[in-house]
Design a protein around this ligand. Structure first.
Ligand code: ZN
Length: 140
C-alpha cells in the first residue's frame, strides 16, 4: 500500500508512514499501483451491420448472376423460336407456363436450364440485407 499523505510505498498493515510519519488510514489510502482490471465486455455483441452488408452484397451478386444466367439461357432459346429476350422476362422469376416448358426442353437437350430460384435467393438476400441495415442496433 501507499501512504495517503506522501505516496511512499509502505508495508501493508503499518499504522504510520516510514517516510513522513503520517498516520496511515486504511480507508483513505489511495488505491495501490495497479487498479483492478475491470472485465470489459464487448457490448456491441453480434455485428448486425456487417451481416446486413454481407447479405446485401451477396444478394446483389446472386441477383446479377441470375440475370446473366437467365439471359444466356433464354437469349438463344428466344432466337430459335423467333422471339425476343424480353418475351422471356416472366421466366426470370417464374417457371410457370412456357417457362417451365422451356426449362424442360433444356433438360431434355442436356443443358442446365435457368432456374428462377436463383433470382429469388438474390432478391431475398437483398431484402434481408436492407431490413437488417434498417433495424440493426447502432454500434455504440
Ligand atoms: Zn508518508
Amino acid at each position: 500500500m501507499f501512504c495517503s499523505t506522501c505516496g511512499t510505498q509502505i508495508t501493508d498493515g503499518a499504522a504510520f508512514c516510514s517516510k513522513c510519519g503520517g498516520r496511515v488510514s486504511v480507508d483513505a489510502a489511495p488505491v495501490s499501483g495497479v487498479a483492478p482490471t475491470r472485465v470489459v465486455r464487448d457490448d456491441k455483441g453480434f455485428n448486425w451491420k456487417a451481416l446486413s452488408l454481407i447479405l446485401t452484397f451477396s444478394g446483389g451478386a446472386v441477383l446479377v448472376g441470375a440475370i446473366f444466367w437467365w439471359q444466356s439461357y433464354y437469349e438463344s432459346l428466344a432466337r430459335q423460336v423467333g422471339k425476343n429476350l424480353g418475351d422471356a422476362l416472366p421466366c426470370l422469376y417464374s417457371s410457370s407456363g412456357v417457362c417451365g416448358f422451356a426449362e424442360g426442353v433444356g433438360q431434355l437437350l442436356g443443358q442446365t436450364p435457368y432456374n428462377p430460384i436463383a433470382f429469388w435467393i438474390g432478391v431475398v438476400g437483398l431484402i434481408c440485407g436492407f431490413i437488417l441495415a434498417a433495424v440493426a442496433p447502432r454500434a455504440r
